[in-house]
Ligand binder design. Sequence first.
Ligand SMILES: O=P(O)(O)OC[C@H]1O[C@H](OP(=O)(O)OP(=O)(O)O)[C@H](O)[C@@H]1O
Ligand SMILES: Nc1ncnc2[nH]cnc12
Length: 179
Amino acid sequence: MSQNPSLRERVRSIPDYPKPGIIFRDITTLLQDPAGFRETVDLLVAPFEASAVDKVVGVEARGFIIGGAVAHQLHAGFVPARKMGKLPWETVSAEYDLEYGTDAIQIHTDCIARGERVLLVDDLIATGGSAGAALDLIEQVGGSVVGCSFVIDLPDLGGSAQLRERGYAVSSLIEFEGD
Ligand SMILES: O=P(O)(O)OC[C@H]1O[C@H](OP(=O)(O)OP(=O)(O)O)[C@H](O)[C@@H]1O
Ligand SMILES: Nc1ncnc2[nH]cnc12
């Protein structure tokens, strides 16, 4: 069930986008609402205020919006996990499957110092492909993951359960079941 009904009702649901059978959960309607955006960021930040987070990693593109705001509020640095070919320095890469396709992300090899405490943030977890790839990259460069935080979880697609099986602390603000 939805943990935050007032946030849930600000997410726009679009059937059959980007392809038939997918219900696209559009956060632009949540972000454009000043109180909705503030509440979202505050709720994501609250569990990690005492966690001494050094870096927040956000996955391109929607994860940048949420992750940047969370990093600012936690006084942490922000690390963009970018789609292939967008970063100019030395990178590590991971491929993954999406609910509607495949993709690959990269981070810079020097974006996280060994042992730094890292929070992964994204707008949504579905299959967990992007989050799983980002976690692999964070650990490859020596980061210590303190948690994974999402605005929306689509639990039926199994991503959050998979990350929990891998031992990560996973939290979300809104769940949409039956997708
Ligand atoms: O759990 P998963 O199955 O990996 O799906 C979740 C990911 O899919 C969406 O990003 P998308 O790759 O569509 O990119 P965008 O943010 O640029 O729209 C979303 O923002 C997550 O990053
Ligand atoms: N159903 C969905 N809505 C919005 N973003 C997504 N990313 C993966 N699945 C999605």
